[in-house]
Design a protein around this ligand. Structure first.
Ligand code: MG
Ligand code: ZN
Length: 271
């Protein structure tokens, strides 16, 4: 399904926890982290925490070992591999960082499934991990009041939409859990799908007024559920494309899928 772009958030969507918290907690720096949380933006805090780890003798290898142990639901990797094999264009949009995400995806053998990873730059500088903001803070701010200064995921979705707009009828499926996934959900089109994780912040935000979201909404709860819903949506899109192909090919009025789509705007649950 070369016409489907699947955009994944990373933390609590691909991996089961927040990778930032996982590293800090596993290396024993939770107390310092909690002390510093109220004093600076998250992105700066993570850069600061990496400095603290370094000055307390924690090495890059210590961080890598911890990242390799991050919990992931057993169905996530097969689901991603299957979507990739079907020809979907898989991308990541995450407020974690390139170092954590690349290390984890390579460890699970799924790095090559993704055509693009949009996240905060993370790199090793003299044995210390540096984490920088995705948006250059020296440039004019992004002006989105839903998102933190370092990253507006909605702008990234708009950039992807523009980059593929010349290509035929691409359709997006966006998966996320956090409040940062709300802005990109609002930027999807009617033909797209958003998969908010049930009872997580983005789901709460969407539920407040689902009519603000143009895309069709399909919730999921855990990795098994995510796999099921994602692959049913991929099937659904491919069936719609086939129906469209047949109707143009034979110039017939095929029964439209819109009778189903015209249901009152609400969270849809696939069974
Ligand atoms: Mg997340
Ligand atoms: Zn935004």
């Amino acid at each position: 399904m070369a016409n489907i772009v699947v955009v994944f958030d990373f933390d609590k969507t691909i991996v089961e926890c927040d990778s930032d918290n996982w590293v800090v907690d596993e290396l024993g720096f939770t107390d310092l982290f909690n002390e510093l949380v109220p004093t600076m933006p998250w992105n700066n805090l993570m850069d600061r925490m990496m400095m603290e780890l370094n000055s307390n003798g924690k090495t890059i290898e210590d961080i890598v070992q911890v990242l390799k142990r991050i919990p992931i639901h057993p169905r996530i990797i097969p689901s991603i591999k299957a979507a990739y094999t079907l020809g979907c264009d898989l991308r990541i949009v995450s407020d974690a960082n390139t170092f954590f995400i690349e290390t984890i995806l390579k460890h699970f053998g799924i790095r090559e499934c993704f055509s693009e990873i949009n996240t905060n730059p993370g790199y090793v500088d003299e044995g210390r991990l540096r984490i920088l903001p995705y948006h250059d803070l020296n440039k004019p701010p992004h002006k989105c009041n839903l998102c933190p200064p370092n990253m507006c995921k909605g702008l990234i979705i708009n950039r992807i939409q523009e980059s593929i707009s010349c290509e035929e009828n691409k359709r997006f499926i966006y998966l996320g859990d956090g409040s940062g996934d709300y802005c990109p959900s609002l930027r999807l089109k009617e033909k797209d799908f958003v998969m908010p994780r049930k009872n997580f912040p983005v789901w709460d935000l969407i539920c407040k007024d689902p009519s603000l979201v143009k895309a069709k909404i399909y919730e999921w709860s855990d990795g098994e559920d995510q796999e099921r819903v994602l692959h049913q949506l991929i099937n659904k899109i491919s069936m719609e494309e086939t129906a469209e192909f047949i109707s143009t090919e034979f110039k017939l009025q095929t029964p439209s899928f819109s009778t189903h789509e015209a249901m009152p705007k609400a969270l849809r649950v696939l069974h």
